[in-house]
Design a protein around this ligand. Structure first.
Ligand code: PBG
Length: 333
C-alpha cells in the first residue's frame, strides 16, 4: 500500500517512537581506541593533523587506558613508535622482548587488567625504509617487499606480542599468507587462545596521511601499492576476506571505513565473520578540521559516521573518536 494509506512519517513523530524503532546503535562497548606509544623521547607529543591525539609514554598510556576503561571503552589498539636508532632494514625492534609495545603491554595489563589489548602487527614503524616488510631485489634489479621473508618476521612479532600479554594480534601488513603463518606460530608457542584480527581488506589509502606523521612510518621510497589494495577493487576485498577466513582469522577488518561502507556490507554478507571497521586517521582529521572551521557539528557528525559503520555491518569500531564518543554517548543516554 502506498501513500496516503502509508505514511512513513507516522513512526518518526516522537522521540520515543524513533528510539523504539532505531535499527542500529553505537555503544561504548563497540569502540576501540588506537594509541601511539613511544618508549623514550618527549612525552605527550601532539599530532598536528589529529587534534586531541598524542604520542604517549608508557606511563601516560597506563593513565589514558584507565580513563578510557572508566568511560566504558573496552579496548585499545597499540602502535609502537621506536626511536630512530632502533630502526633497521628488517625491523628487528618489532619483536624485541623489551620493545616499546611489549613493555607497554605488560604495564597497561598491570594497570587495567580487564582492558582488551590489541596490537598492530607490522614492520613499517620499525624498518629504516618504512615499508611493511623486508626488501629484496628482483631478478631485474628492482627493490621489492619480499612477501615470504616478511611473513616469517611478522609471525615472530605476533608471538612476541602474545607472550608480552596481547589479547588479540592484528596483522596490518597485507602480505599473502601471513594469517596462516601467524596462527601456526602462535599455536606452536602455546598461544592457541590468542585470536587474530586480520586487516583483511586494507587499501592503499590517502586517508592514512596523519597516521604516518604520528608514527613516522612513511615509506622512504615508492609507495605501498604493491601490497595494499587498490581502492577501486571491491570483489578483490571479498576474496581477501575469504582467504583470511580460510587461513584461520578470528575477526576481519575493512580499512579505511567511511569511503568503504559498501565493502563492510559485502564482507559481512560474504563471511558472517565478526567484523571491525577502522575509522582511520584521515577520517578523524577531516571531521576535526571541518568542526574547527565551524563547518560541522563535531559530535553529531562523528556519531553519525560511527552509526553508519555499524549499519553497514561492522561489529567493532576502531576510532580516534572513541574517548569523545564514549563521553557523548553517556550524555545522550
Ligand atoms: C601500518 C598501519 C597503518 C595504519 C594502521 N597500521 C599505516 C599504513 O599502512 O601506512 C593506518 C592507520 C590510520 O591511518 O589511522 N601498516
Amino acid at each position: 500500500m502506498a501513500f496516503p494509506q502509508t505514511r512513513m512519517r507516522r513512526l518518526r513523530s516522537s522521540s520515543a517512537l524513533r528510539g523504539l524503532l532505531r535499527e542500529t546503535e553505537v555503544a561504548p562497548s563497540r569502540l576501540i581506541m588506537p594509541m601511539f606509544i613511544s618508549a623514550d623521547g618527549p612525552s605527550r607529543v601532539p599530532i598536528e593533523a589529529m587534534p586531541g591525539i598524542e604520542r604517549l609514554s608508557i606511563a601516560e598510556a597506563e593513565a589514558e587506558a584507565q580513563e578510557l576503561f572508566a568511560l566504558g571503552v573496552p579496548g585499545l589498539l597499540l602502535f609502537g613508535v621506536p626511536s630512530q636508532p632502533e630502526k633497521d632494514d628488517c625491523g628487528s625492534a618489532a619483536w624485541d622482548e623489551a620493545g616499546v609495545v611489549q613493555l607497554a603491554l605488560s604495564a597497561i595489563k598491570r594497570a587495567v587488567p580487564q582492558m582488551l589489548l590489541i596490537t598492530d602487527v607490522c614492520l613499517c614503524e620499525y624498518t629504516s625504509h618504512g615499508h611493511c616488510g623486508v626488501l629484496s631485489v628482483t631478478p631485474s634489479g628492482a627493490r621489492q617487499v619480499d612477501n615470504d621473508a616478511s611473513v616469517e618476521l611478522l609471525a615472530r612479532v605476533a608471538v612476541s606480542h602474545a607472550r608480552a600479554g596481547a589479547d588479540v594480534v592484528a596483522p596490518s601488513d597485507m602480505m599473502d599468507g601471513r594469517v596462516a603463518a601467524i596462527r601456526k606460530a602462535l599455536d606452536g608457542a602455546g598461544c592457541e587462545q590468542t585470536p587474530i584480527l586480520a586487516y583483511s581488506a586494507k587499501f592503499a589509502s590517502a586517508f592514512y596521511g596523519p597516521f604516518r606523521e604520528a608514527v613516522g612510518s612513511a615509506p622512504a621510497f615508492g609507495d605501498r601499492r604493491g601490497y595494499q589494495m587498490d581502492p577501486a577493487n571491491g570483489c578483490e576485498a571479498v576474496r581477501e576476506a575469504l582467504l583470511d577466513v580460510e587461513e584461520g582469522a578470528d575477526m576481519l577488518m575493512v580499512k579505511p571505513a567511511l569511503a568503504y561502507c559498501d565493502l563492510i556490507a559485502a564482507v559481512k554478507r560474504a563471511t558472517s565473520m565478526p567484523l571491525a571497521a577502522y575509522n582511520v586517521s584521515g577520517e578523524y582529521a577531516m571531521v576535526k578540521a571541518a568542526a574547527a572551521a565551524g563547518c560541522l557539528d563535531e559530535m553529531e557528525t562523528a556519531l553519525e559516521i560511527l552509526t553508519s559503520l555499524r549499519r553497514a555491518g561492522a561489529d567493532v569500531l576502531i576510532t580516534y573518536h572513541a574517548k569523545e564518543a564514549a563521553r557523548w554517548l553517556a550524555q545522550i543516554v
